[in-house]
Design a protein around this ligand. Structure first.
Ligand code: ADP
Ligand code: ASP
Ligand code: MG
Length: 414
């Protein structure tokens, strides 16, 4: 028997939130089976389940053992994988579930933020050869060399899906979610957001890493590297082979605006070390311990120094403030750094504009700052790269900033 082409279909939490929705998703899978594919389905946990599991872990053990955290939070996906396989069997489609370790999805040992190293395809291919038509894989999870269960970070099922598409040379990787594609910004905070038919990998990568959670950043990186045909579409709309947003190479995009999207990240914090002794090695002495403590430092600003002292500001996720304070204070006690005061501002958010068109157009930053000024929004920190500009502002202005920028750069217009 000749091998059938393979399709990867990933269903996010809201798409498998109830038994009815699992049934609906299964019908989509059945359609692709009827179209002649062997399907690898990747499922998330039911909506809200992962948060609940994380809550249970934190309540039981505030400074939890990360290996047990992974053991607990990975379990949500096991439930949906089994249920989806059962539903498909009820529809007379030969299907079975696979937990990460059964494939096995081999990962690094960095618990709660593991990376996929390898996905051997032999087991699943052998089953396809025996007539199985659908492999339902529990997303978000894998197994480390020491045989412990790992998870891939929040939103990690997207990455599982793309990694399977790469490992199996799938024809396409379809990410079914609760919006019908990638928009110019989060449609939940801007009704004028416009769905994009296509978006370049580079832009999607920036949007994802700047907070647009529609795709996990790592999944976009993998798709770009392994040339996976990646599509985002709704699991609630009627079937349409042209639906959704295709994430593709820049060359395949006709539309070229300076700015293609606006992203935001709500839960940021700004920390400032006031009056640090300014000398060679000072940045290393501050950011080394922060990195060791697992703090994800994002923006960094060092002020001009006066009389050998300066202020150093950085941003990090608001949930990591306590850890950051601990690391910096320990470095001070050990005599590695010396500062007057550490000030944490926990009420900030990051808003960013992204576009490959910025490479060739000037004045985009000036326009962004003008728009924010007109709204009376004070900018606390700025960072830029070739295709994005990010600002840190008071959290209460976040929605306003996103909407004002979306308007000013006319993103609602094609
Ligand atoms: P899933 O559970 O299917 O993985 P997620 O909640 O992780 O879904 O991601 C989908 C959500 O991403 C949408 O509901 C939307 O609110 C949000 N989102 C943020 N930015 C964007 C964007 N630019 N385009 C589309 N959705 C976005
Ligand atoms: N269930 C996991 C989460 O909520 C993984 C995922 O849905 O992608 O983060
Ligand atoms: Mg997601």
């Amino acid at each position: 028997m000749s091998e059938k082409p393979i399709l990867v279909m990933k269903f996010g939490g809201t798409s498998v939130a109830t038994l009815d929705r699992i049934a609906r998703a299964s019908k989509r899978v059945a359609r692709e089976v009827a179209n002649g594919y062997n399907v690898i389905v990747v499922v998330s946990a039911m909506a809200g389940r992962t948060n609940e599991l994380v809550g249970w872990v934190e309540e039981t053990s505030p400074l939890y053992d990360a290996r047990e955290y992974d053991a607990v939070v990975s379990s949500g996906e096991n439930v949906t994988a089994g249920l989806m396989a059962l539903r498909l069997q009820e529809m007379d489609i030969p299907a079975r579930s696979w937990q990460g370790w059964q494939v096995p999805v081999k990962t690094t040992g960095v618990h709660s933020a593991a990376r996929i190293r390898e996905i051997p395809d032999a087991n699943i291919r052998a089953k396809f050869a025996e007539g199985m038509q659908v492999a339902v894989v529990a997303g978000f999870q894998g197994v480390a060399d020491d045989n412990r269960i790992t998870t891939l970070g929040r939103g990690g099922s997207d990455t599982t899906a793309v990694a399977f598409a790469a490992a199996f040379g799938a024809e396409r990787c379809d990410i079914y979610t609760d919006v019908d594609g990638v928009y110019t910004t989060d449609p939940r905070i801007e009704d004028k957001a416009r769905k994009l038919d296509r978006i370049a990998f580079e832009e999607m990568l920036e949007l994802a890493s700047l907070g647009a959670k529609v795709l996990q950043t790592r999944s976009v990186e993998l798709a770009m590297r392994y040339k996976v045909k990646l599509r985002v579409l709704s699991s609630f709309e009627e079937y349409d082979p042209e639906a959704g947003t295709l994430v593709c190479d820049e060359e395949e995009i006709v539309e070229s605006k300076a700015v293609s999207g606006v992203a935001y990240s709500r839960d940021e914090a700004k920390m400032t070390l006031i009056s640090v002794a300014d000398r060679p090695g000072i940045a290393a002495a501050i950011f080394g311990p922060l990195a060791e403590a697992g703090v994800n430092v994002d923006m960094i600003v060092q002020n001009i120094s006066e009389e050998g002292r300066t202020d150093m500001t950085f941003s990090c996720p608001v949930g990591q403030v306590a850890r950051a304070e601990q690391a910096v204070n320990a470095a001070r006690e050990a005599g590695h750094i010396n500062f007057r005061e550490l000030v944490a501002d926990k009420d900030v958010a990051k808003v960013s504009i992204v576009g490959i068109g910025m490479r060739s157009q000037t004045g985009i930053a000036a326009k962004m700052f003008e728009v924010l000024a007109r709204e009376g929004i004070n900018i606390k920190v700025i960072t830029t790269s070739e295709i994005k500009i990010s600002v840190l502002i008071d959290r209460k202005y976040m929605e306003l900033a996103v909407q004002a920028l979306h308007d000013a750069f006319e993103l609602e217009k094609a």
